[in-house]
Ligand binder design. Structure first.
Ligand SMILES: Nc1nc2c(c(=O)[nH]1)N[C@H]1C(S)=C(S)[C@@H](COP(=O)(O)OP(=O)(O)OC[C@H]3O[C@@H](n4cnc5c(=O)[nH]c(N)nc54)[C@H](O)[C@@H]3O)O[C@H]1N2
Ligand SMILES: Nc1nc2c(c(=O)[nH]1)N[C@H]1C(S)=C(S)[C@@H](COP(=O)(O)OP(=O)(O)OC[C@H]3O[C@@H](n4cnc5c(=O)[nH]c(N)nc54)[C@H](O)[C@@H]3O)O[C@H]1N2
Ligand SMILES: [Mo]
Length: 757
């Protein structure tokens, strides 16, 4: 075999995930962003009972206990916000927007925290400071001249419950349900699929369930990077000898081996713990076939040894088992093997472990949801769990790993383009205005309406809307056509620079910062992945004296827009307890809200399925028959590969902290394409060759040119590249029809050698 060529910035990573490398990376993040004296205290306050909630991820903490939970990527999220760097009006005066657009996403956010409210000045092509009230008045004036359904209200899941609640009230009193949100690009298949199967749109497990669980199936998520606090739980499970079976096209180091920085002995001895007991490298989009295979093997086990299917549970609690069984029996093994990329023996092994386990948890992430059949995938996972009564019993259940730290809470308090009639009725009864009933736009629909010129204004409560969406070639110009765009953010990003006829950029307080309103320190609330609602209160001095809180900015805009409003906007923004009182009166599950968040750890939202109460139309959990074996629309052509777009270890969505992806062995660069050796070879390519990627679409040509192909442990037929760069290959209408979520994990592409000139 030929010796593998050396590729700059690409090398093997042999160590475990976590360990001393994680401590070193944390130290670097701190040194580059913060005053080293201030940093330790700030990090110690993360996720403490009286401190702030980590903005890094939505994994819960055990009773918000007081031992400091070390987490590398949590530390990056905190230091990124608590940075000493500032991007000031002087900077903006000297840097026209058109020149800033040449900077990378990494360079833009690295400029530091925004300090002043800004308005775009077309004459000089610069952002200039503006008075808050002047800006609000002008925004109100423009909005009063537009039809409400021409305006889009985007939310990124970092916003607090209080900010999100006021925001939806503002949009609804103004007259629209246009609520594109980051969830529409993320876990919408969970929010749509779970209610159909188990009668609620949220996960059913609590952190304590992991203590009783006997088998964990991890499908399509990368916790070492994206849910780092989950690694402590996985580490404990492995030490308890609980089998952890992973389905993932890529070999993710943290799912193989992890050294827990909390574990002194492991650290001192350079030891590590195996995580996955079985690692199944499915094809991208092969999970549906794989899960069907596991269920088919389970039926075969039932036929041979018996006592595998929980008939009592099925009889009492479910509908549709016979149809599922018939479908599984009719599906042939060779087709399952082909579509999943796994062997029958692999799926039988999982089925055997599953049959043995008295309590099984399935955790899943974007590898499941971001496919053409994302919603159906979620339902298939429910099928698997229902077959053995694994919902509504201790140690078992379904565990979607949410993205942003409060994305679940945003949905709970009303950020949805399809509100229920009971919620709207409550709003009318309590607030005294009639909110619109007609459904609004989700994220892709909002952008499509902007491209068509139908939508004229866009509000962004956080996030990086245009960059997070697919197809920048279409989305970026659409931003420029708008009459108005208004951004509430902490740091500068590309969406802010895609200016409209009038554009405002409002700097807000972050999670870590003191929020004083009317002389009183305020706290906000968030809901984690396991439906625990708790308070969070920042402690740091704000990045600038001109910042306002998100609730204050939203209330200010609403107050200036709606002269006859029924809502006492400024009173609410002056005391968040009053916002929580309104949430309590209009959203179920928030009884005694203000009292219960004063208890450390907060409280859990009601989750009927955990008590085997099924809020489906039939009153039972519903089995679902996944149509066929393919998660993604098939396309012709033998040399078609499936492109997975994913996150590096040094990024938070579109925020790039640094250019390394340590566990995958990539350093100082992001322009690589992970490929299986066989796929390289069959194209006459070698590790390190420059390639072009082209999307196989009927429409316009989409190409990503001159990217370096590297050999990687990824399943044959699947290739991987980093998001957001690879969004130029994802068509905007390439979605899961049920949920509207883009299929970012399965773009059909061809890979060819670049023409070097
Ligand atoms: N540090 C950090 N933390 C984060 C984020 C971040 O960017 N950085 N983002 C936050 C957000 S918003 C979210 S949604 C979550 C995202 O967390 P994840 O769900 O972990 O997201 P991805 O990085 O997109 O990784 C998806 C994983 O799925 C695998 N995969 C891809 N396609 C398939 C498939 O077809 N089948 C299977 N079985 N696996 C597949 C990939 O190899 C990868 O390991 O993390 C949140 N937390
Ligand atoms: N190709 C591809 N595309 C994807 C994905 C993928 O896997 N592949 N994943 C999708 C997913 S899961 C998601 S969730 C979306 C993410 O989409 P978004 O949520 O829109 O994007 P983020 O990158 O998280 O937003 C970063 C910006 O948020 C702002 N920000 C940070 N903290 C705060 C705060 O406290 N308050 C306010 N107001 N603003 C703040 C900063 O200005 C920062 O620039 O991207 C989606 N896009
Ligand atoms: Mo997400």
């Amino acid at each position: 075999m030929a010796i593998k060529r050396k590729v700059p910035g690409v090398r093997n990573y042999d160590g475990p995930a976590g360990g001393w490398g994680a401590l070193k990376a944390t130290a670097t993040a701190v040194r580059e962003q913060m005053d080293t004296l201030k940093a330790p205290l700030t990090l110690m306050r993360t996720n403490q009972p009286d401190g702030f909630d980590c903005p890094g991820c939505a994994w819960p903490d055990k009773e918000h206990k007081s031992t400091f939970q070390f987490c590398e990527n949590g530390a990056k999220a905190v230091t990124w916000e608590a940075t000493n760097k500032r991007v000031t009006p002087e900077f903006f005066a000297n840097h026209p927007v058109s020149t800033l657009l040449h900077r990378s996403d990494y360079e833009l956010e690295d400029l530091g925290r925004l300090t002043h409210p800004l308005v775009y000045d077309r004459g000089t092509d610069t952002y200039k400071p503006v008075e808050w009230e002047t800006a609000f008045a002008r925004i109100g004036e423009i909005l009063r001249g537009l039809k409400p359904d021409q305006v889009e209200f985007y939310t990124s899941g970092r916003a607090s419950n209080e900010a999100a609640y006021l925001y939806q009230l503002f949009a609804r009193e103004y007259g629209t349900n246009n609520f594109p949100d980051c969830s529409n690009m993320c876990h919408e298949p969970t929010s749509v699929g779970l209610p159909r199967s188990i009668g609620m749109g949220k996960g059913s497990v609590s952190l304590e369930d992991f203590d009783d669980c006997e088998l964990l199936l991890s499908i399509g998520h990368n916790p070492g990077t994206n849910h780092p606090r989950m690694m402590g739980t996985l580490h404990e499970l492995s030490r308890r000898k609980v089998p952890i079976m992973v389905f993932n096209p890529l070999r993710e180091r943290a799912l193989e081996r992890f050294a827990d920085p909390q574990d002194m002995i492991e650290m001192a001895t350079y030891g590590s713990t195996r995580i996955a007991s079985t690692y199944l490298q499915v094809k991208a989009g092969g999970d549906a076939a794989a899960i069907k295979g596991v269920m088919k093997a389970l039926l075969e086990l039932e036929a041979s040894v018996g006592k595998v299917i929980d008939y009592e549970f099925i009889e009492q609690h479910t509908n549709g088992f016979e149809a599922l069984k018939a479908d599984l029996l009719a599906t042939e093994w060779p087709a399952i093997e082909f579509a999943s990329g796994l062997l029958k023996a692999d799926m039988e092994k999982v089925a055997a472990a599953y049959a043995k386990s008295n309590a099984t948890i399935v955790t899943y992430g974007m590898g499941v949801t971001q496919h053409n059949e994302g919603t159906a995938n979620v339902r298939l996972i429910c099928d698997l769990l229902l077959l053995r009564g694994n919902i509504g019993k201790p140690g078992a259940g379904i565990c979607p790993l949410r993205g942003h730290s409060n994305v679940q809470g945003n949905r709970t308090v009303g950020i949805t383009e399809k509100p229920s009639s009971s919620f709207l009725e409550k709003i009318e009864a309590v607030l005294g205005f009639k909110p619109p009933a007609e459904h609004g736009h989700d994220a892709v629909q909002a952008m499509q309406a902007m491209i068509a010129g139908d939508s004229k204004a866009l509000f962004c409560l956080g996030g990086n809307f245009a960059v997070a969406l697919p197809d920048p070639a279409q989305c970026f110009p659409a931003m420029n056509q708008l009459d108005l765009s208004v951004h509430i953010g902490t740091k500068l990003n590309r969406t802010h620079l895609l200016v409209s006829k009038e554009t405002y950029l409002f700097p807000c307080l972050g999670r870590t910062e003191l929020d004083i309103q009317n002389g009183m320190r305020q706290s906000i609330t968030v809901e984690d992945s396991m439906s625990m609602v708790h308070a969070s209160a920042g402690k740091l001095m704000p990045a600038s004296e001109f910042l306002r809180s998100e609730p204050a900015i939203v209330a200010g805009m609403a107050n200036a827009t709606l002269p006859d409003s029924k809502v006492p906007w400024l009173e609410l923004a002056a005391d968040y307890d009053k916002i929580r009182d309104l949430i309590e009166k209009t959203v179920p599950g928030f009884e005694a809200f203000n009292e219960r968040i004063r208890v450390p750890g907060g409280f859990r939202m009601p989750l009927p399925a955990t008590e085997r109460i099924w809020m489906t139309p039939s009153g039972k959990a519903e089995f679902f028959v996944f149509p066929g074996l393919h998660e993604d629309k098939e396309v012709d052509g033998e040399d078609v590969l499936r492109l997975i777009t994913l996150r590096s270890h040094d990024q938070y969505n579109t925020t790039i902290y640094a250019l390394d992806d340590r566990y995958r062995g990539v350093f100082g660069r992001r322009d690589v394409l992970f490929m299986n050796p066989a796929d390289l070879e069959s194209r006459g390519l070698a590790h390190g060759d420059l390639v072009d990627i082209e999307t196989v679409t009927q429409g316009r040509k989409m190409r990503y040119e001159k990217i370096t192909a590297i050999e990687y442990k990824i399943s044959a037929g699947s290739v991987g590249a980093y998001y957001p760069e690879a969004n130029q290959l994802v068509p905007l209408d390439y979605i899961d029809v049920d949920s509207g979520t883009p299929s970012y994990k399965s773009v059909p592409v061809k890979v060819m050698r670049s023409e070097v000139n």
